[in-house]
Design a binder for this molecule. Sequence first.
Ligand code: SF4
Length: 119
Amino acid sequence: METRAGYPFRWQCRRSGNCCAIPGGFVRVDAGEAAAIAAFLGLDEAAFRSRYLQPDGERLKDGLGNRCVFLQDGAPAGCAIYPVRPAKCASFPFWPELRDDPELSARVQRTCPGLEPLP
Ligand code: SF4
């Protein structure tokens, strides 16, 4: 399992997909990520932005419910853009806010089956 200095948990992905369907969650993408995802999907950037980004141009649209539009159901769950997924997704769960906010950290630890509090 993976650990990082300062983080109160250890982690190994179990591919539940739960981190891609957190109520109230969103996925921020920067311009470079948007271009990479568009190219990966074979779309020009304007078409990608219109189809997959919120009007602010900085966040992915939601799929059904609170799910990410690119979350693929199954056991294990998958990501339709995994090779070019945004940095925020690739760095989960080692986010500074999960290190620094005990309440948020506890909530995410209840959501993700791959997270275990350190003894
Ligand atoms: S882009 Fe992929 S890894 Fe990121 S939230 Fe969506 S399904 Fe999950």
